[in-house]
Design a protein around this ligand. Structure first.
Ligand code: PLP
Length: 367
């Protein structure tokens, strides 16, 4: 049996008629950049999350960069973020001229809130927690720290569509939150796409302006900006898929429970821990084992695709050699990078496939 890591073809097959029709409508309307499909998506997404504003942009990386830039981040400032994430979270901090300051992870693979205050200096302006894999961060502590020190809180929700913390949807806790709709994400376009959400009217307006060459109205450039607009085809696909997101998130959770059940007796691995009072969205189902590389190969030889998120923690990437003078280490993130393994996870995964993956893992350790 072959089990892919994600199966976007299976998802397309389940919504083909809706998607094909939506794409044809965009072509018929020649609404390629901005326009009615983008507005429809912004309105739908902000009401699904429960915020005042949604500004669709070209991708999740731009969403972070534009937000930081419009909050006024600049050279000399510092922004705290987590040691294990995709590089977008930190490279966008550098793009504004500010310095990324990393903090180790906790047992849920999210920012370790107890380490944050040690890293705050007079230059610290913001914190970007990442709800990695779909697991919500400790938002109570993060809000408390931000309030106490007067810091902006920007949630990176690229992997956490519809995740919840104490019954509240992630993305609604801070000054703004950013989303990626990269094809493999829980809500994925058929190309690059992203968004910023916020309840702050002024911030929303400046983000919309900056993402559109500094203009809210054609030829009225109040500032210099960038070109980071969502195109109509992506918005139309997202509009179709957004109607299914809740069901898909439910399905991901069922799949995670099946993995938990079938892997329960495999003592050599650790299955994902869920923070209490949170709702996971299982963008990724990540196990830990000391024999990660061997297991990955064993599964690959038997048709099972897996992945590693991420093989090198951000502070240990060559790109951040210049920050090493801080002398700070990130032992948990470093240890995780050698033990984490992301198993196949997508809504259409069958119980049969989950059983096969789990049985193959058990077989590896019993061999
Ligand atoms: C945690 C995190 N932040 C930001 C991004 C950037 O999103 P995009 O690929 O849409 O630019 C991603 C996507 O991979 C991500 O996983």
């Amino acid at each position: 049996m072959k089990v892919p890591f994600v199966d976007l073809k299976a998802q397309y097959a389940s919504i083909k008629d809706e998607v094909d029709k939506a794409i044809q409508t965009v072509i018929d309307n020649t609404a390629f950049i901005g326009g009615v499909h983008v507005s429809e998506f912004e309105n739908k997404f902000k009401s699904v999350i429960g915020v005042k504003h949604c500004i669709a942009v070209a991708n999740g990386t731009d969403a972070i960069y534009i937000t930081l830039k419009m909050l006024g981040l600049q050279q000399g400032d510092e922004v705290i973020t987590v040691a294990n994430s995709w590089i977008s979270t930190s490279e966008t901090i550098s793009q504004t001229g500010a310095k990324p300051v990393f903090v180790d992870v906790d047992e849920y693979n999210t920012i370790n809130v107890t380490d944050i205050e040690k890293r705050i200096t007079p230059n610290t302006k913001a914190i970007i927690p990442v709800h990695l894999y779909g697991q919500a961060c400790d938002m109570d502590s993060l809000k408390q720290i931000c309030d106490k020190h007067g810091l902006y809180l920007i949630e990176d929700c690229a992997q956490s569509h519809l995740s919840e913390y104490q019954g509240q949807t992630v993305g609604t806790f801070g000054n703004a939150a950013t989303f990626s709709f990269y094809p493999g994400k829980n809500l994925g376009a058929y190309g690059d796409a992203g968004a910023v959400i916020t309840n702050d009217d002024d911030l929303a307006e400046s983000i919309r302006m900056y993402a559109n060459h500094g203009a809210l109205k054609k030829h009225h450039h109040k500032i210099e900006g960038i070109n980071s607009r969502l195109d109509g085809l992506q918005a139309a696909v997202l509009n179709v898929k957004l109607d299914h997101l809740e069901q898909w998130t439910y399905q991901r959770n069922l799949n995670a429970q099946l993995y938990n059940k079938y892997l329960a007796d495999v003592e050599q691995i650790e299955t994902p821990r869920e923070r209490s009072n949170t709702k996971h969205s299982y963008h990724l189902y990540v196990i830990k084992t000391d024999r990660r590389d061997e297991l990955k190969q064993y599964l690959s030889d038997r048709g099972i695709q897996t992945s590693i998120h991420y093989p090198t923690p951000l502070p240990y990437l060559t790109a951040y050699n210049h920050l090493k003078e801080d002398g700070i280490e990130f032992p948990k993130a470093l240890n995780n990078s050698e033990t984490i393994l992301s198993l196949p996870m997508f809504p259409e995964l069958t119980e049969q496939e989950i059983k096969y993956v789990s049985a193959t893992i058990a077989e590896f350790f019993n061999a």
